[in-house]
Design a protein around this ligand. Structure first.
Ligand code: ADP
Length: 653
């Protein structure tokens, strides 16, 4: 709820649009009740064959006549009271007469109000309305048609304005979630994984937009319509209106109960949607493994199970959402039924009281009660629509509860408040007493003290799971150390601008990551200013130019999703070309030539030997050919890191 209020506040920042939408809502509500009120003159004139001016003049004359009659009655009652007081008559008699005088006083006041209102109205009626009854009917009918048209235009404009705000908010939220996904450190990212972010960006943001639309679109218009109609009914008889609302507390209680159930279901739906995305992405991204291990039936079952689960919860949700309709309808029909029963009784018996309770000041006329019914029917329709609004409100609450904590969670990679500049190229990378743990339990790196001079070529070796990639990830600041510091020229990485650090690094990993674009795009990625010649030169260094030239579309060949149209070795070479083009002062190669054939690898190593001059190169490798390029070896084993010159290693070997 609290988070959803934040979303509503965010939406309220676009207040001019919302204010315009609100005006449209007020217009719609006003026209809604005006249309019903317009029934009154129609009924009045069609039933009695009078023009409205005649009806009003008659009302005035009747009120005048009543005032005169009541004044006469009052006069005689006052005289009787004076006589009784002079004769010292019984106290009870005097009290009864005084009470009658008070009632007549009240009636006379009412009649004077009616009379003065009718007198005020008469010139307006004469000026604007025809004096022929049929023409009046035509005018009113035209008013109803035109105002219905205007009402729908206002509804359309209002819906578009609210939609604009809701979609704007949903887009903002999507952008923020996407930005967050790119900002978080890897561990935080992996907590949700790409499927979690995918579900949040698509489904959850939609739910939030739905909630905002429900609140600003309907939660204002519909209650306004209800208020406008109940206000009209109140004017006719407030006592009767209250009597018709006796069911409201019960319906309110039922709606609160329903609300709780639906919110719980929306939450479950959201959790299922995340696991749904998870199953889909996992199976589709690993489709080769699924097919080669003939796991299709298993994956199909998994997908059927989770969609079945979603369907079950969806059905419960539909059940409760639909249940809201009869509940709100009970209120609507209850209001109308009470008004018909009580109203009809009052009209038929020409009474003003029921069970001793005064319902109207004077007996109701047929047109009066008809308009009263109309007003209550007019109120019951928006009451029914409230159920849809409540459903939207619930999804908004649940979505906001999921979205805002994610957006509020600070990235563990805290940006430096006052980033320190360091010269380019740097002089040294140093790890000082660095320890690191992913989960806070197992220490992956223990008290690492190692330094790499600028221009040094180091090979990182060691068994699988020893911590080699972790070490490189710390140098690239994909994580911050649990203890100790990683320093560039003596400045902790945490005090450098992250972009400054990353601009100095070019990285090639074992799992090449390519975009579903052209080869040209993929090599230039991160160096948009590079010319076609520079791209080709980089491709030549990575021994990629030859195979690229053989494609009919050359550099403009599309690589397909994740580069599936290329072989593993070709992908690695494009990755290498990208890193060469970046021309960074630190080159990180994580088993970067592992999939390249021996012949090409040798050529690449020759190119690398020329390229790596005047830059720091960090290579994770098991290959002797790559080791030959290294000046020093960093051995990482069970989290313990040692460094030695490459020559000594060769001697030992
Ligand atoms: P290497 O590169 O030497 O093969 P890594 O640095 O990738 O080893 O991993 C070192 C240890 O850290 C391994 O035991 C691995 O299970 C663990 N590890 C790696 N990445 C994560 C992660 N994101 N979350 C939790 N543990 C991890």
């Amino acid at each position: 709820m609290h988070e959803f209020l934040r979303a509503l506040r965010d939406a309220a920042k676009r207040w001019p649009i919302l204010a315009a939408a609100l005006l449209c809502s007020a217009g719609v509500a006003g026209l809604w009740s005006a249309n019903i009120f317009a029934l009154f003159p129609i009924i009045e004139v069609t039933l009695k064959g009078e023009s409205l001016q005649e009806w009003n003049a008659k009302r005035m004359a009747e009120a005048d006549a009543r005032i005169t009659a009541t004044e006469n009655q009052l006069e005689s009652l006052r005289r009787r009271l004076e006589a009784d007081e002079a004769a010292n008559a019984a106290e009870t008699d005097r009290k009864r007469i005084a009470k009658q005088i008070a009632t007549l006083d009240h009636e006379i006041r009412k009649d004077r109000e009616i009379e003065s209102y009718a007198r005020w109205l008469q010139p307006w009626l004469t000026r604007f309305l025809p004096d022929d009854p049929f023409k009046t009917v035509l005018l009113v009918v035209s008013f109803v048609v035109v105002s219905t048209f205007v009402k729908h235009v206002l509804m359309l404009v209002g819906a578009m304005l609210v939609g604009w705000v809701a979609m704007g908010i949903s887009r903002d939220i999507r952008l923020k979630v996407f930005d967050k996904a790119l900002e978080l450190d890897r561990a935080q990212f992996m907590q949700r994984g790409s499927s979690g972010f995918m579900a949040t960006i698509t489904h959850t943001s939609d739910m939030l937009a739905h909630g905002i639309t429900a609140v600003y679109g309907g939660a204002i218009t519909e209650p306004l319509k209800i208020l406008a109609c109940l206000g009209g009914a109140f004017l006719i008889s407030w006592q009767l209106t209250l009597a018709c609302l006796t069911l409201a507390p019960l319906v309110g209680f039922l709606m609160v109960w329903l609300n709780k159930r639906m919110r719980g279901l929306s939450k479950r739906m959201l959790t299922r949607s995340t696991s749904f995305h998870h199953v889909v992405l996992e199976a589709l991204n690993n489709v080769m493994t699924v097919q080669s291990y003939t796991m299709e039936p298993f994956e199909k079952k998994r997908f059927r199970d989770c969609t079945g689960d979603m369907m079950r919860i969806g059905m419960w949700h539909t059940f409760y959402a639909t249940l809201a309709n009869p509940i709100t309808e009970i209120l609507g029909i209850g209001m109308v039924a009470t008004s018909i029963a009580v109203g009809a009784w009052l009209v038929i018996n020409q009474e003003t009281q029921m069970f001793g309770i005064t319902m109207t000041d004077r007996p109701m006329t047929v047109p009066g009660i008809m308009v009263f019914f109309g007003m209550l029917i007019g109120a019951s329709d928006p009451v029914r629509k409230l159920s849809g609004i409540i459903t939207g409100f619930n999804s908004g609450c649940v979505a906001a509860q999921c979205l805002y904590p994610l957006l509020d969670a600070p990235s563990k990679l805290v940006p430096a408040a006052d980033p320190k500049p360091i010269p380019s190229p740097h002089r040294e990378i140093r790890l000082e007493d660095v320890s690191f743990s992913y989960d806070g339990i197992d220490t992956v790196l223990k008290d690492v003290n190692v330094s790499i001079r600028f221009g040094e070529r180091v090979a990182i070796v060691g068994p699988n799971g020893g911590g080699k990639s972790t070490l490189v990830n710390l140098i690239c600041r994909f994580y911050d150390p649990t203890k100790g510091k990683v320093l560039l020229d003596g400045v902790p990485l945490t005090e450098l601008a992250l972009e400054d650090l990353r601009r100095r690094i070019a990285i090639v990993t074992q799992q090449t990551e390519l975009f579903n674009e052209s080869i040209y795009y993929n090599i230039r990625y991160g160096r948009w200013d590079a010319t076609a010649e520079e791209v080709e030169a980089a491709a030549r260094k990575a021994y990629a130019h030859d195979f690229i030239s053989q494609f009919p579309q050359g550099y403009h060949t599309m690589v397909g999703p994740s580069g599936y149209r290329l072989s593993g070795g070709q992908r690695q070479r494009i990755s290498l070309a990208r890193a060469f083009l970046r021309d960074a002062e630190i080159l990180v190669l994580d088993e970067a030539t592992s999939q390249i054939d021996v012949e090409s690898e040798k050529l690449i190593h020759d190119a690398l030997a020329a390229y790596v001059q005047n830059r720091t190169v960090i290579m994770i490798t098991h290959r002797a050919s790559t080791l030959a390029l290294a000046d020093a070896i960093i051995q990482v084993e069970h989290g313990v890191v040692t460094k030695r010159p490459a020559a000594s290693r060769l001697q030992v070997a």
